[in-house]
Write a protein that binds this ligand. Structure first.
Ligand code: CU
Length: 623
C-alpha cells in the first residue's frame, strides 16, 4: 500500500534517531543528583550522594551567596548557579509579622544577579526585578533586602536575571502564621519541583528561537495516521492534519521544552535519586508543593493516598480532597495526606506532555520505594482545546472524537473565511479567525459560555493564531487529565477561606490578550513585546479587573508582582486569592487587583523563555 503524505509540521530530525533509549536515559537522570562537594571529585552515578532536602535557614537575618557550583544530574558535570552552594537554594523559614533582612552577595564571576521573592507583598525596591525594582547586583557586590513579612504560607524565590532561574537559582519560602492554622498536622515536607538541563540556558533559548518545535519531534507516526485513516477515512484525516499544519502546530505540541531536554527534579533529586520524605503511620503530613520550573507543568499524584488541598499560592482555601492536581509553573499547593497501611508511597509528578516524570517517596524509613506508575498516554490537543471548537466548553474532546468534525472546517478554511454551512457540530468553530482572518458571527449561537473573542491589535508579525471562542474553563481539569478516572483539582474547586479582601466592585477593566507566533517563538501581550511597550498604569488605591484572553495554543502562567490576583468565578465574583493565574489555551479568565502598592512592578508569563521572548509588561502604580 502506498502511504499518503501527511502535511504535518515537518520534523527537522527523524524521531527514531532522537527518541532512542540512550537519549531518554541520558535526560531522565543517571545520577541521584545534587551539588558536588569540592571539585572534580565526582566518581560516577553509583557514588553519587543520597539526595537530601535543602537546608532550612530560619530567623530574621540571612546571608545568601549566589555563586557557581558544579552539579551532576545526568552523568555529566555541569555548572549551576546556586545559593550557598545549594540546588535548590536553602529553604527560608520566616514568621508572619517579622521583618527579615537578607544580604544577597553576587559571587558569580561575571554577570549581574538578583533575587525575587515570589508572591510576597513588599515595597517595590525589595522586589528584585532588575530594571524595575533596582539595578541588579553586580559581581562582587551585595544588596540588602529588608521588608516586613505580612503574610503566611508556602512561597518561593528565584533569580530574575536572564536565565539564572533555569540554571538552578530557586528555593522555597515557608512563612509560619501568627495565628495557628485552621488544620492540624504532625509533620511537613517541602517538595520543590524543577526542570534541569545540561544545556546552557541561553543556548536553549537560541534553539527555541531557531526551531521552536525541537522537543516535539514525535509528531504523529505513520501508524497513527493509518489508524486515523481506518477510523475516520482518508479525507477527514487529511483535513484534520491540514488544519493543524495551518496552525503551525501538531496535536502533540503541549510544551515548548520537555522531557527530551529536561531532567526533572524533586528537591534537587532526579527520579533515580528518589527524594524521600519520612512519616509515621497515622500521622497527618503537610506537603508543600512548589513548582520552581522554568518551563514545566507537572501533574502530581500519590497512588494510594487522597490529598486534601488546603492552600493555593500560599493562601488558605476551603479543603478539597483530590487524587491529582496540575501545578502550573510558579504555583504552590499545600496538601494534607494521611499515609498508613503501606510503608512507602510514590509521589509521582509527570510533565503535562507525558514526556517524563520525577518521583519521590513517602516512606516510614529511608531506602524504601513503591511502584512507580507509567506516564499516562500522551494527550492530543483538539481544536476545542485551542478555542477553535467552541461548542460545549470542554469535557473529553480527544482527537478520537474528531468524527464530529467530519464535513467540518478543514475544507472551508484555506481563505480564512468561513462558510459554516457544512460544519455540523462545529458551527462558529474552528479556525475561522486563524492568522487574523475575520469570521461571520452569525453561526455562533448555541455556544456554551464561550465568548466571541475580540481582536487584540498589536503587531501582526508577532501573532500567528487567535482563539475564536474563549471561556473561563475553570472546571476543566486540563488537557490530558479529563476523564482519567481520578478526581483532579480544577480552579473551580479553589475557594479562599476569606471573603473578597477588598470588597469593592472593580472600577474599571483592563483586557489583555496573550499572543504569540509559534514558529518565531515570539510571545507578547496584545501583540506587543515588552521592549517598547508602554507600562500599564494603575491609580494607587483603585480596585480593577484584569481580563486575560489566551489567543495562543500554549498554556501560560501569568504572574503579577507586588499585588494579589483575586481570581473571579464565571459570574465575576471573587473566588480565590492567587499570585499566578494559569491560562490554558482558549481561556478567558478575570481577576481583581487592588493597586495598593506604589511603584513599578513586573507582570509576565512565568514560562521563563516566554518572558524572555517578550510576554511581559510593566505595571506602574501611581498616585
Ligand atoms: Cu507563556
Amino acid at each position: 500500500m502506498k502511504l499518503p503524505v501527511f502535511p504535518f509540521g515537518a520534523p527537522a530530525v527523524a524521531a527514531s534517531a532522537l527518541d532512542s533509549p540512550g537519549r531518554r536515559r541520558f535526560v531522565a537522570g543517571l545520577a541521584a543528583g545534587g551539588a558536588i562537594a569540592g571539585s572534580g571529585l565526582w566518581r560516577g552515578a553509583s557514588a553519587a550522594p543520597m539526595a537530601h532536602t535543602p537546608r532550612v535557614l530560619s530567623g530574621t537575618e540571612f546571608d545568601l551567596d549566589i555563586g557557581a557550583t558544579q552539579v551532576n544530574f545526568t552523568g555529566r558535570v555541569r555548572p549551576a548557579v546556586t545559593v550557598n552552594g545549594s540546588l535548590p537554594a536553602p529553604i527560608l523559614r520566616w514568621r508572619e509579622g517579622d521583618t527579615v533582612t537578607l544580604r544577597v552577595a553576587n559571587r558569580v564571576r561575571e554577570g549581574m544577579t538578583s533575587i525575587h521573592w515570589h508572591g510576597l507583598i513588599l515595597p517595590a525596591n525589595m522586589d528584585g526585578v532588575p530594571g524595575l525594582s533596582f539595578d541588579g547586583i553586580r559581581p562582587g557586590e551585595s544588596y540588602v533586602y529588608r521588608f516586613r513579612v505580612g503574610q503566611s504560607g508556602t512561597y518561593w524565590y528565584h533569580s530574575h536575571s536572564l536565565f539564572q532561574e533555569q540554571a538552578g537559582l530557586y528555593g522555597a519560602i515557608v512563612i509560619d502564621p501568627r495565628e495557628p492554622h485552621p488544620y492540624r498536622y504532625d509533620r511537613e515536607h517541602v517538595l520543590l519541583l524543577s526542570d534541569w538541563t545540561d544545556l546552557e540556558p541561553a543556548a536553549l533559548f537560541h534553539r527555541l528561537k531557531q526551531m521552536s518545535s525541537y522537543d516535539n519531534y514525535y509528531k504523529r507516526t505513520v501508524g497513527d495516521a493509518l489508524r486515523d485513516v481506518r477510523d475516520k477515512g482518508l479525507a477527514a484525516t487529511l483535513r484534520d492534519r491540514g488544519e493543524w499544519g495551518r496552525m503551525r502546530m501538531t496535536p502533540t505540541d503541549l510544551s515548548d521544552v520537555n522531557g527530551h531536554t529536561y531532567t526533572y527534579l524533586l528537591n534537587g533529586a532526579t527520579p533515580a535519586g528518589n527524594w524521600t520524605g519520612l512519616f509515621k503511620p497515622g500521622e497527618k503530613v503537610l506537603l508543600r508543593f512548589v513548582n520552581g520550573s522554568a518551563m514545566t507543568y507537572f501533574d502530581v499524584r500519590i497512588p494510594g493516598l487522597k490529598m486534601t488541598v488546603v492552600a493555593a499560592d500560599g493562601q488558605p482555601v476551603h479543603p478539597v480532597s483530590v487524587d491529582e492536581f496540575r501545578i502550573a509553573v510558579a504555583e504552590t499547593y499545600d496538601v494534607l495526606v494521611e499515609p498508613s497501611g503501606q510503608d512507602a508511597y510514590t509521589i509521582f509528578c509527570q510533565d503535562n506532555a507525558r514526556t517524563g516524570y520525577v518521583r519521590g517517596t513517602l516512606a516510614v524509613r529511608e531506602g524504601l520505594e513503591a511502584e512507580v506508575p507509567r506516564t499516562d498516554p500522551r494527550p492530543l490537543l483538539t481544536m476545542d482545546d485551542m478555542g477553535h471548537g467552541g461548542m460545549g466548553g470542554h469535557g473529553g474532546h480527544d482527537m478520537s472524537n474528531m468524527k464530529g468534525m467530519e464535513g467540518g472546517c478543514g475544507g472551508n478554511m484555506s481563505g480564512g473565511g468561513m462558510s459554516g454551512g457544512k460544519s455540523k457540530g462545529m458551527e462558529g468553530g474552528c479556525g475561522a479567525s486563524m492568522h487574523g482572518a475575520g469570521a461571520k458571527a452569525g453561526s455562533m449561537a448555541g455556544m456554551d459560555q464561550g465568548a466571541m473573542n475580540s481582536a487584540p491589535g498589536g503587531d501582526p508579525r508577532l501573532i500567528d493564531m487567535r482563539a475564536m471562542s474563549v471561556s473561563p474553563k475553570l472546571d476543566d481539569p486540563g488537557i490530558g487529565l479529563r476523564g482519567n478516572g481520578r478526581k483532579v483539582l480544577t480552579y473551580s474547586d479553589l475557594h479562599s477561606v476569606f471573603a473578597d479582601p477588598d470588597g469593592r466592585e472593580p472600577g474599571r477593566e483592563i483586557e489583555l490578550h496573550l499572543t504569540g507566533h509559534m514558529e518565531k517563538f515570539a510571545w507578547s501581550f496584545d501583540g506587543q513585546k515588552f521592549m517598547g511597550a508602554e507600562p500599564i498604569r494603575l491609580t494607587y488605591g483603585e480596585r480593577l479587573r484584569i481580563v486575560l484572553v489566551n489567543d495562543t495554543m500554549m498554556t501560560h502562567p501569568i504572574h503579577l508582582h507586588g499585588l494579589w490576583s483575586d481570581l473571579e468565578n464565571d459570574k465575576q465574583e471573587f473566588q480565590v486569592r492567587k499570585h499566578t493565574i494559569d491560562m490554558p489555551p482558549g481561556t478567558r479568565r478575570s481577576y481583581r487587583v487592588r493597586a495598593d502598592a506604589l511603584g513599578r512592578w513586573a507582570f509576565h508569563c512565568h514560562l521563563l523563555y516566554h518572558m524572555e521572548a517578550g510576554m511581559m509588561r510593566e505595571v506602574r502604580v501611581e498616585e
